[in-house]
Design a protein around this ligand. Structure first.
Ligand code: SF4
Length: 618
């Protein structure tokens, strides 16, 4: 057991990150369980504690008598220094046990810029960072989360991955582990991994050997073992009402990113934005019933004392019974002063009316994501939002008293012209003008936040060559030059980070050496602007003789074999290609939720259906 003395805690910022023992954290006797599982987020406590997936798995695993799930997050730089200087290994927040004593360490991989932090956490735990070097007495390192739709760049650091939704698959994996352990761990960790590979949704990278041709182009995988599946399809929950979920969230002692109850209305989004990986990865839409949501809200309020519930989903305003749900929830908790928030707003006046009803904090303003500045560009990405929609929605908001609006855009999208880029500044100006016309006042603040587009695996734009640094920089300046009004505030993302994300998002297993070198060069917390150091990565690419442009800038041929296609959400390649062609033709694809199936193939491949309670009632 690790002991953290008060002098250490007094020398670091936010010491409560490292002390555990929060309300609703689960404590068991170490020797009473067969399986010790550390659930981790390769980021700081405040970020990790806000992750809904980890909260759900914490409860599901701890509801098993044979398993104790504990938590661990990445120590911030100051704590890492203390730990390294005093030889303190990374430890769990419940039992303060060294991580290398666990059976599993599960990392939730939310985005590619966390990869070096995973290596750093393994190293801090005294665990071999390369999976091939791990001995029988070391934990199994398992990855999950959105990055599993291309895990090849980090495949050599992990023993296994869980593809898709883990509520059912993770307990199945634990069963296999407990059985193998009961048998006396026959044939060491290799035997367990072989058995694990038979669990649907589990990918064991050491059983797959990537193949390349003489030009270095990836040609596919060779599987090892007779019953190793060539393709691993995501696991998916059909019935969101009956699946076990979070009912007793941990209440932290310090403020965290989402310091409120997260009530998950539904999974999936079928709007079909062509740039969006989550839109494909979580298909189809599956809603919880209103009665189940009210039951969950009641349970979680009663055991936490929270006074705020966030109605969480990829696109919460699309919940088919949202108006009725909000009315009923407000009624259910009218005596307890519980507030409700919608994390994302649709661009329509229905959302504004709801936000107004829920009395979201006006000071923080409203956020919309038109994503592109011109109608042509929005049609290319299938955003399905018009300028009229945006002006109507913002107009409705201005009439209700809002005067701060944040608009999210991307640059570097396929077929983009300078006119589309300048259109971002022009659209912001139209919103400002609309405020002045609607209210007769000038005290509006419109913030435009512009990110650099990163093409992702399993999207219609997976073939697209990312813009270069020069193109991104020129476009960023072009927008700046066209902003003429002081009411418009302009933020843009560091293109270096987006370009690196572009390499990792469509990379192959050869990038593991680069990630390792970058970590050795000092990289970690790469998603934090103040920690990211481009030069460490430049050196890492040079040290490994790898040209990043081959991964991010290069336009792929339609017949190219991709290194991510064996861990799949089930979408058909033909559908994605057709969507890319429709994008170039500026042609829209309808939302399949209420209309006809548009042929992505996921429902048929996985044997699941859309669950839309509004449609059922109609
Ligand atoms: S298979 Fe059809 S209905 Fe199902 S998510 Fe894909 S497009 Fe929608």
């Amino acid at each position: 057991m690790v002991r953290i003395t008060s002098d250490i805690l007094q020398s670091v910022v936010k010491p409560a990150r490292y002390t555990g023992n929060e309300w609703n954290s689960v404590h068991k006797k170490w020797e009473d369980v067969s399986c010790h599982f550390a659930l981790s987020m390769p980021d700081v406590y405040e970020v990790g504690m806000s992750n809904l997936g980890l909260k759900i798995l914490y409860e599901i695993l701890n509801n098993r008598e044979d398993t104790w799930a504990e938590r661990v997050y990445a120590p911030w730089i100051d704590m890492e220094e203390e730990m390294r200087s005093r030889n303190i290994p990374l430890y769990s927040l419940e039992s303060f046990t060294e991580l290398n004593k666990f059976d599993f360490i599960g990392f939730s991989l939310q985005f590619e810029m966390c990869f070096t932090t995973v290596l750093n956490m393994l190293d801090l735990s005294g665990i071999n960072v390369w999976a091939k070097d791990r001995g029988d007495d070391e934990p199994f390192i398992i990855g999950g989360g959105p990055c599993v739709y291309n895990v090849e760049p980090v495949a050599d650091f992990f023993d296994l991955f869980l593809i898709g939704e883990a509520e059912e698959a993770l307990p199945e994996l634990v069963e296999v582990f407990c059985e193998w352990k009961k048998e006396g761990r026959p044939n060491g960790r290799g035997e367990f991994l072989k058995r694990a590979a038979r669990v649907r949704g589990i990918y064991v990278p050491s059983l797959y050997v990537p193949q390349y041709d003489e030009k270095g182009m990836y040609t596919g995988l060779q599987t090892i073992g007779e019953d190793t599946p060539p393709v691993i399809y995501k696991r998916i929950i059909q019935d969101m009402d009956s699946v076990a979920t979070m009912e007793r969230p941990i209440v932290p002692y310090i403020d965290i990113v989402h310091n409120r109850i997260m009530l998950e209305l539904f999974r999936g989004c079928s709007r079909g934005c062509r740039f969006c990986q989550a839109g494909v990865a979580y298909r189809p839409v599956r809603e919880r019933t209103e009665s189940r949501l009210r039951e969950l809200a009641r349970k979680m309020i009663d055991v936490t004392g929270y006074d705020e519930i966030s109605l969480t989903s990829l696109s919460s305003a699309d919940y088919s019974c949202l108006g009725g749900l909000v009315d009923n929830l407000m009624n259910d908790f009218s005596c307890e002063k519980v507030g409700f928030t919608l994390p994302s707003l649709r661009i329509d006046s229905f959302s504004i009316d709801l936000a107004d009803k829920m009395q979201q904090i006006r000071k923080s303003g409203l956020t919309f994501a038109p994503e592109a500045g011109t109608q042509r560009m929005r049609d290319v990405i299938n955003k399905g939002v018009t300028e009229e929609d945006l002006l109507k929605a913002t107009g409705a908001a201005f009439k209700k008293g809002w005067k701060t609006v944040k608009l999210y855009f991307m640059i570097g999208l396929p077929t983009e012209t300078d006119e589309d880029v300048i259109g971002i500044a022009e659209l912001a100006q139209k919103v400002v003008n609309h405020y002045k016309e609607t209210t007769g006042r000038k005290d509006v603040k419109v913030t435009i936040s512009v990110s650099c587009f990163v093409p992702k695996a399993f999207t219609a734009f997976q073939w697209f060559g990312q813009n270069t640094l020069e193109e991104f920089s020129r476009k960023q300046m072009l927008i700046k030059e066209h902003i003429k009004d002081r009411s418009i505030h302009y933020n843009y993302h560091d293109a270096h980070v987006s370009l690196l994300e572009g390499v990792l998002a469509r990379g192959d297993r050869r990038l593991s050496g680069v990630i390792y070198s970058a970590w050795k060069n000092g990289s970690r917390f790469d998603g934090w602007t103040d920690q990211f150091d481009e030069s460490r990565w430049t050196r890492a690419f040079e040290e490994n003789n790898i040209d990043p442009a081959q991964y991010n800038i290069r336009e792929r041929a339609f017949d190219e074999v991709f290194p991510w296609e064996h861990t799949t959400p089930g979408v058909s390649r033909a559908f994605l290609k057709h969507e890319y062609e429709k994008a170039v033709a500026e042609s829209l694809t309808k939302d399949c939720r209420r209309g006809d199936c548009t042929g992505c193939g996921i429902c048929q491949k996985l044997g699941v259906n859309i669950v839309d309670w509004g449609k059922e009632r109609a």
